[in-house]
Design a protein around this ligand. Structure first.
Ligand SMILES: [Zn+2]
Length: 249
C-alpha cells in the first residue's frame, strides 16, 4: 500500500515520468500474485510445510485430508486409519460440517483432529477483504467447536492460495497456517498408482501429506500408503500432536 501511495504521489508531482511508478506497481502486483499462487511459500506469512524437529525425532508424519467430510468416503477412510492405528488431521469445509454433524463427531471421537478449511471453500478466497476472510474463518471455527468442543488450531486456504491479508486474520485467532510437504493431486487425478508415487517418493519423518477425503480414489491409495508408513517405522499423528510442544501444550 505504501508503494502504491508513493507511486501515486510521484505521478501527481511529475505526470510525464509515468514509466517507473507504473512499472513498480505492476512488479509489486506480480510478486503478490506469484506469492498467492505458491502454496508452499512463506512470503505472505508463516507457513508450516514440515513438522517441527521434535516430531521428526519421534519419527512422526501427518496425513491431512482436505475438503470433507464426505458421507460416502470419510467413514471408509476412518475404518482404514483405524486398521493401521493411524491418526490424522481433517481440514473440513464448514458447510459440509454443518451437513454431516454426526460424522464430524465420529472423526473427533476416533482421535483425529478437525481443522479449518474455511466455511464455503470459495476459490476466490485469496481475493477477499479482511472482514470477509474473518467471517469465513470464524464460521468454520464456530461450527467445528460447537460439535467437538475443541476449536481448530490449524488453517489451510481453499486450493492452497494464501491471501496477502490472511496472516493477521489467523494470528488474531491463534490459528497456524499449514500447507504440505508433498501431495498426490488426488482431487484432480484418478490414477491411484501415480498419486501413491507422488505421496511416497522420498517419504520421511516430518512430512505433511495432503490427501482429499472428498474423492473415492483416496480409498485405493490409503492402504498402500499406510503400509509404507508402517514399513518405514513412521507414526501417523494429527498435527495437534506433532506440534503440541511448539504450541506450548
Ligand atoms: Zn480444499
Amino acid at each position: 500500500m505504501l508503494l502504491h501511495l508513493g507511486c501515486t504521489v510521484a505521478l501527481a508531482v511529475d505526470p510525464s515520468a509515468w514509466g517507473w511508478p507504473l512499472g513498480l506497481v505492476a512488479g509489486n502486483q506480480l510478486v503478490l500474485l506469484l506469492a498467492v499462487l505458491w502454496p508452499r511459500g512463506s512470503l505472505l506469512g508463516p507457513n508450516l510445510t514440515r513438522l517441527p524437529a521434535s516430531a521428526v525425532h519421534r519419527h512422526e508424519i501427518s496425513l491431512t485430508f482436505d475438503d470433507g467430510p464426505d458421507p460416502e468416503v470419510t467413514p471408509r477412510v476412518l475404518e482404514l486409519l483405524d486398521r493401521y492405528q493411524a491418526k490424522a488431521s481433517f481440514f473440513c469445509i464448514g458447510e459440509k460440517v454443518a451437513a454431516e454433524p454426526q460424522l464430524v463427531k465420529e472423526i473427533a471421537h476416533r482421535g483425529h483432529s478437525i481443522e479449518n478449511h474455511s466455511y464455503h471453500h470459495n476459490h476466490a478466497f485469496a481475493l477477499f477483504g479482511v472482514s470477509r476472510l474473518g467471517r469465513e474463518v470464524d464460521a468454520a471455527q464456530a461450527i467445528v467447536t460447537s460439535l467437538t468442543g475443541s476449536p481448530p488450531l490449524f488453517f489451510r486456504a481453499p486450493a492452497g492460495f494464501y491471501s496477502p491479508l490472511l496472516d493477521p486474520v489467523l494470528a488474531s485467532r491463534g490459528l497456524n497456517y499449514v500447507s504440505w510437504t508433498r501431495r498426490g493431486f488426488d482431487a484432480v487425478s484418478s490414477d491411484a498408482q501415480l498419486i501413491l508415487h507422488r505421496l511416497t517418493r522420498g517419504l520421511a519423518a516430518g512430512d505433511v501429506l495432503l490427501l482429499h477425503d472428498s474423492a473415492p480414489v483416496v480409498l485405493a491409495d490409503l492402504p498402500a500408503l499406510l503400509e509404507q508408513i508402517s514399513a518405514l517405522g513412521l507414526k501417523a499423528v494429527p498435527l495437534t500432536t506433532a506440534c503440541a510442544s511448539e504450541r506450548g501444550e
